[in-house]
Design a protein around this ligand. Structure first.
Ligand code: ZN
Length: 432
């Protein structure tokens, strides 16, 4: 299972690639692609998926037809990082650099001195139509070099302070020493070379930087997985695995929603605040019009929102609530916040705890340190949009939003077991 996760992390360098790779897994497990523009003819127990705008995906196995409602697991495909501006290329001090915008809230210092490359999507003009294709260069192309300590003597005492506009543009190349004019279309040239097309076929592009270093196991006992985008591709992978790992038939529809743009507030056409998942649920439950109106189905639905949780950091224990210090490889974490930055309630917490108990998996509880502002996730947005009970959970991780994050290997397998149980348990509120 961990090999499959590492492969997923390595291939999913952008949200577009995360959806493409999820699609490959779904297709190989018999899921049928649907287009939102078409009429659908859904059949009980069959498996389907929909992709919206290349970077969000809903996949589900239809219920057997005798129970309304959906068991939904939500996660997000995007990660913080550096995105290229449209007119990115410029020359400065003999270097060719790329202007970038900061997407979401990355730990900027972690993006310095890394072997970076470019990936994203390209819009092509082909036969009078626009066509979207994924793009990923395998070459090491870019670097954001730190200033030498000899020129920044107090950096270790005062910390590395980075201005997003002036300090983050990566270097792409050197200008030629003979003073010849720089090709102003270097990015289009690179895209054309990599895709083996003409520059005039490129209508537009949307590219971001990614770290070329592969995901790895680490630690004396291989107890850690280290990679970029652990937040939140581990939960994308876990939810897709739970939906596909074994053949099951359940009375309620089992569904996974992978949203884009969580890191910037989810208010996009395929973010959690959009109508995407409500649209899909409506079409699914109303495909059986005998007794499943959407409102009744929603009243019988529940959601697990799966995202990263902060493991206690041994060098910074003062930033954690001592009663809620969660640890890696000790099981899934239920996240609670009185101000509903997490959607968990006592009721949904009890349901999730019982799911863990059902499959003999330990469970942990996280609450943020009270004098620090708490992050949020898709849980509260999904609860608001659908009006269904949601529990916010995740696996413990270090260095959240670093270019290279750390999580526990065993936690991943445990989370998949619990999500499988969620999809298949007949009566969600029954306890033992
Ligand atoms: Zn996240």
């Amino acid at each position: 299972m961990i090999t499959s996760l590492i492969d997923y992390l390595n291939q999913s360098v952008t949200a577009y690639h995360a959806v493409l790779k999820a699609e490959t897994i779904l297709k190989s497990n018999g899921f049928i692609q649907l287009d939102e523009k078409d009429a659908w003819d859904l059949k009980p127990n069959l498996k389907y998926y929909v992709i919206r705008s290349q970077s969000a995906l809903a996949a589900w196995q239809m219920g057997t037809g005798n129970a309304p409602g959906v068991r939904l697991v939500g996660a997000h495909t995007d990660s913080p990082g550096l995105h290229l501006k449209p007119k990115a290329q410029y020359s400065k001090s003999g270097y060719i650099q790329l202007g970038v915008e900061v997407y979401g809230g990355p730990l900027l210092t972690s993006w310095t001195d890394r072997d970076l490359s470019l990936a994203g999507r390209v819009i092509l003009k082909q036969n009078g139509r626009l066509k979207v294709v994924p793009f990923k260069s395998e070459r090491v192309l870019l670097r954001v070099p730190q200033l030498a300590i000899h020129l920044n003597r107090e950096v270790n005492e005062k910390g590395l302070k980075l201005n997003k506009q002036t300090h983050m543009p990566p270097i792409l190349a050197l200008e030629s020493s003979d003073g010849s004019t720089v090709d102003t279309g270097l990015i289009e040239g690179l895209i054309a070379d990599e895709l083996n097309i003409g520059r005039d076929e490129i209508a537009s592009w949307q590219l971001e930087c990614y770290d070329t270093q592969s995901a790895n196991l680490s630690g004396l006992n291989d107890e850690f997985v280290v990679s970029g985008r652990i937040d939140n591709l581990t939960m994308c992978h876990a939810s897709i695995q739970a939906l596909t790992s074994r053949a099951f038939s359940a009375p309620q529809t089992a569904m996974v929603a992978l949203f884009d743009n969580e890191e910037i507030g989810s208010s996009t056409e395929n973010g959690a605040a959009s109508a995407f998942i409500r649209d899909i649920i409506t079409r699914v439950v109303e495909s059986d019009d005998s007794h499943h109106p959407t409102q009744r189905a929603l009243a019988n639905s529940a959601c697990i929102s799966a995202d990263g949780a902060h493991a206690i950091h041994p060098n910074y224990v003062e930033f954690h609530d001592p009663q809620h210090a969660v640890k890696m490889n000790r099981g899934p974490v239920i996240k609670v916040n009185a101000n509903h930055r997490y959607a968990t309630s006592a009721f949904t917490s009890a349901i999730f705890e019982q799911l863990c108990k059902d499959v003999d998996v330990p469970v942990q509880h996280y609450a943020h340190k009270t004098d620090l502002p708490c992050g949020s996730t898709i849980g509260p947005i999904t609860a608001t949009g659908l009006g269904i009970p949601v529990v916010d959970v995740g696996n413990a991780m270090l260095s959240m939003h670093s270019i290279r994050e750390t999580a526990g290997v065993k936690d991943h397998e445990m989370m998949i077991k619990v999500l499988e149980r969620f999809f298949t348990k007949t009566d969600l509120v029954s306890v033992s």
